[in-house]
Design a protein around this ligand. Structure first.
Ligand code: GUN
Length: 291
């Protein structure tokens, strides 16, 4: 029987722990604050940001939401980031990606005070992560580590294969897997769009993380018998539903499930963990900044 990994249940457990940290901080007169900045008309981005705000409210974290029209100049966004960097009520700042093409992504990430960079995307925080001394682990890879731990999936000595090399998921995931800590110590392969014989590599994985953004690209033929499959993809594909689309992952769930020993569904797998770990980083930021 294949285990279907329940991301909502794992995230709920983590969020209970975060809620008690928020209470402890409240006793010290500190309310953690997260600023979200959206410079996009994209429906999916709007949905993600509103889910983050809602979870803040549930946990007693103050949420400060800022919207900037996508046709504004980059300087409008930079000025807003500067103001949030200077605001002591704001402990964490998240600029939802992607930003419009006329705004240079790297300049945005570098503008955020590294102490408030709860995404962990600032080069200083990336450097700390790579050095094995992370301040804020990027939320999705950190959440995947939590999922694997919750289901007793051993990474030590395992063959971990990450498909995708994004700054948000693929690169930090691979970095966490190669580190000596619990949740790491894996022999790690990173595959991408130029990888030769991809299926040969993915079939070798004990732990397979798919983060390509290509709907259902990994099918059962590409999954080794007994592997743990973690699907990071959230792709909207046209469908005859009320909304006109359905969500599918980067993995073809039905065929991959036949081979995997455990697999995450989409939705309800990795997504809830990304939000839980963002809350975790925000509370950590509040505690570092008030301590
Ligand atoms: N866009 C997709 N995932 C993320 C994320 O984890 N953080 C930010 N800031 N933008 C994203």
């Amino acid at each position: 029987m294949t285990t279907i990994i329940d991301g909502n249940e794992v995230a709920d457990g983590i969020q209970d722990g975060i809620a008690s940290c928020v209470e402890t901080l409240a006793d010290e007169g500190v309310t953690p604050g997260l600023a979200t900045v959206l410079m996009s008309d994209d429906d999916a981005s709007e949905t993600y940001v509103s889910m983050k705000q809602r979870t803040c409210e549930e946990l007693g974290i103050e949420s400060y939401h800022h919207e900037i029209a996508p046709d504004e100049p980059a300087s409008t966004l930079f000025d807003r980031i500067d103001a949030l960097n200077d605001d002591p009520a704001v402990h964490g700042i998240l600029v939802q990606m992607p930003v419009p093409d006329h705004v240079e992504k790297r300049a945005v990430l570098e503008r955020i005070d590294p102490a408030k960079d709860v995404d962990g995307f600032h080069p200083e925080n990336v450097g700390r992560l790579v050095a094995g001394n992370a301040r804020y682990k990027p939320c999705t890879p950190h959440g995947i580590q939590k999922l694997l731990a919750a289901y007793d999936v051993e990474t030590e000595g395992a063959d971990a294969v990450v498909v995708g090399r994004s700054d948000i998921v693929g690169k930090p995931m691979a970095n966490l897997f190669i580190q000596r800590d619990a949740g790491g110590n894996a022999t790690t392969t990173v595959c991408h769009s130029r990888t030769k014989n991809l299926a040969e590599k993915t079939r070798n994985a004990d732990v397979l993380v798919a983060a390509t953004g290509v709907p259902e690209m990994i099918d059962g033929e590409m999954v080794g018998e007994g592997a743990t499959v973690i699907d990071v993809g959230v792709n909207r594909v046209e469908a005859d539903t009320e909304k006109g689309y359905e969500l599918v992952g980067d993995v073809e769930f039905e065929s991959a499930k036949e081979k995997a020993s455990a697999i995450t569904p989409v939705p309800g797998g990795v997504g809830p963990l990304t939000i839980a770990m963002l809350m975790y980083n925000t509370v950590k930021a509040a505690s570092l900044q008030s301590g």
